[in-house]
Design a protein around this ligand. Structure first.
Ligand code: SF4
Length: 243
């Protein structure tokens, strides 16, 4: 089985869209390959912690493609408070509980409501090999056996896995689009404003651009005696910005 065969079999192509540059370049690539009536975009909202204008940016860059919005049963801060700690890069409950789980639920619901796809789905995600050794090891295309049940045939595809950062921005330019405004403000990545895996530069820029949210993270760090960063340095220690 390959992507071309799945296009010909009229599979649904679901483009996971965070609003970030990789999602945007991925959407442009999928759109150029797959008939429009076989594509949906799906976004997991992260209330309170994602960048302003993410949903509007997605809507402005996907044209007439339907946008599915996936909601988690709890917010990032509710998850942190109930666990008494921030997630870690090794145990990323934020990704599984707030993004992957809700998106998979929404896609199952959409497939059920649209029987013309016959349960056949290609879940497109924007991980790139260049980002980390773990991501480099990911398989670009595979059957997702765990999700292939109850009449579903589910494949996972990483359309931009081999693209370099410069090629991602070039693909966005070629689509006559611009990335989300936070890149222009200096951010290298998008999604949560303050990510557990963010660089010092990104955390510092995010703190300057979102002072109220920054104070909330710092207060939470102090109350739980647990840092957002796995380096065990507090946000003010990392950014040099008092709160
Ligand atoms: S952006 Fe970072 S903190 Fe937010 S859900 Fe993803 S891994 Fe977790």
């Amino acid at each position: 089985m390959n992507v071309q065969t799945l296009i010909e079999r009229s599979a649904l192509f679901a483009v996971n869209h965070s609003g970030g540059k990789d999602s945007q370049a991925m959407f442009a690539k999928v759109k150029a390959m797959v008939p429009a009536d076989q594509i949906v975009a799906v976004h997991a909202v992260l209330p309170e912690v994602e960048w302003d204008g993410v949903r509007e940016h997605i809507e402005a860059t996907i044209g007439d493609t339907p946008l599915l919005i996936a909601h988690a049963t709890k917010t990032f801060f509710e998850m942190v408070e109930s666990r008494g700690k921030f997630p870690s890069p090794k145990y990323r409950q934020c990704t599984s509980d707030l993004k992957r789980g809700p998106i998979n639920r929404e896609l199952r619901r959409y497939l059920k409501a649209n029987p013309r796809f016959g349960g056949l789905i290609v879940n497109c995600m924007g991980m790139r090999a260049e980002e980390s050794p773990n991501r480099a090891r990911l398989q670009e295309f595979k059957l997702n056996a765990a999700n292939s049940k109850a009449g579903r045939e589910w494949y996972d595809w990483l359309p931009v896995h081999d693209m370099l950062e410069g090629e991602v921005f070039a693909a966005i330019r070629e689509a006559a689009q611009v990335p989300h405004w936070a890149y222009g403000a200096g951010m290298s990545r998008l999604s949560c404003c303050f990510c557990i895996m963010a660089s010092t530069a990104d955390l510092t820029i995010a703190a300057k651009l979102n002072p109220g949210l920054y104070r909330r993270y710092v207060k939470t760090e102090r109350r739980l005696d647990f840092t957002l960063s796995p380096s065990m340095r507090s946000l003010p220690e990392i950014t040099g910005i008092a709160a």
